[in-house]
Write a protein that binds this ligand. Structure first.
Ligand code: DON
Length: 316
């Protein structure tokens, strides 16, 4: 925890459980601040007063506080895993189809796509994630199933599943995402039928996991590409690249603010989750459903800010 001078106390001396309890107490006033995503009923009905946080360390320990075992909708957090799977299959497949620059625009913005001729700025805005899903669909024949299988294996829980009600609702309210996909198809940047790619995108966004499961599933990024079973998903360079994209693009048009405050690669979702990576040490996931205007969990960002300040864990 931070001293009066602001210096971090060595975490080697701190029980992680106590540290997480301290973070939860610190951010309690922020829980419920903001707005729960309301573009589909299945997300709008999630109680805003939830807060959970989990820490999974590279040596296999798991710590949690609050509602860290309650499942929530991964939403855009799933884009990290989709990207990693595509890179594991053939990183070259992304070349020329999606960029690596922060967008500075809302995650579902159409405007940039037009003047960049159907090539999305990065893999984490919706347009970019649709292209990545399209590539994974070509690589595997079942993009959402591939993401689900990976998350089940890494979290160690085979009951992790796609929330069918959320997926159906995403489809019913999916006009903007379909518009993005059709626009890119017009430029030849979606190779499968648009409806099929969009369906797989909606389905992997609708996977429900807890903070504990999500932190464990992201550990390969802290282990420089090595999975829970010791096999390698990505080369060291690949893991570095996913982490770099999370740092620069993971919180959309608030990515600068997130880097400034938290200083860790992170990825948010409109379900209120944020996953963060401490390379070489740990993966974290925090969840609290109420969002700021950019779509990032208010209490979640506060919690990661407190955590990185207290531990001194940051890539800077
Ligand atoms: O495409 C959508 O709008 C949602 N399924 C995912 C959006 C999301 O989580 C954006 N992140 N903050």
């Amino acid at each position: 925890m931070a001293t009066e001078e602001g210096a971090a106390v060595s975490v080697d001396d701190i029980a992680y459980d106590a540290l997480l309890e301290w973070v939860a107490d610190e951010v309690a006033p922020y829980v419920g601040e903001g707005r729960v995503a309301d573009y589909i009923p299945a997300l709008a009905n999630v109680p805003p007063d939830r807060f959970g946080m989990a820490l999974a360390t590279v040596d296999g320990h798991l710590y949690g506080v609050g509602d860290f075992q309650e499942r929530f909708s991964l939403q855009s957090i799933s884009k990290v895993f989709t990207l990693a799977l595509v890179m594991a299959g053939d990183a070259g497949a992304l070349r020329g189809r999606v960029g690596v620059e922060p967008s500075g625009n809302a995650f579902n913005s159409l405007i940039q796509l037009e003047y960049e001729r159907g090539i999305p700025r990065n893999p984490f805005i919706n347009a970019g994630a649709l292209v990545v899903t399209d590539i994974l669909q070509t690589q595997t024949g079942d993009a959402a199933g591939a993401v689900l299988d990976f998350l089940r294996a890494e979290s160690g829980d085979h009951t992790v599943t796609i929330d069918g009600a959320v997926a159906a609702s995403e489809g019913e309210h999916g006009d903007l995402n379909l518009a993005l996909a059709h626009f890119m198809a017009a430029y030849g940047n979606i190779e499968n039928p648009v409806d099929l790619t969009a369906e797989h995108y909606f389905r992997h966004c609708s996977i429900a996991m807890s903070c504990a499961e999500t932190a464990m599933a992201a550990l390969f990024l802290a282990r420089h590409g090595v999975r829970t079973d010791g096999t390698r998903l990505l080369p060291v360079l690949g893991a570095k690249r996913v982490n770099a994209l999370m740092m620069t693009c993971g919180a959309y048009d608030a990515a600068g603010d997130f880097a400034f405050r938290v200083g860790l690669p992170g990825k948010s979702g409109v379900g209120g989750g944020i996953v963060a990576v401490v390379p070489g040490r740990a993966a974290l996931c925090v969840w609290s459903p109420a969002l700021d205007p950019h779509g990032n969990s208010v209490a979640g960002v506060e919690a990661l800010d407190r955590f990185s300040a207290a531990t001194g864990w940051s890539v800077f």
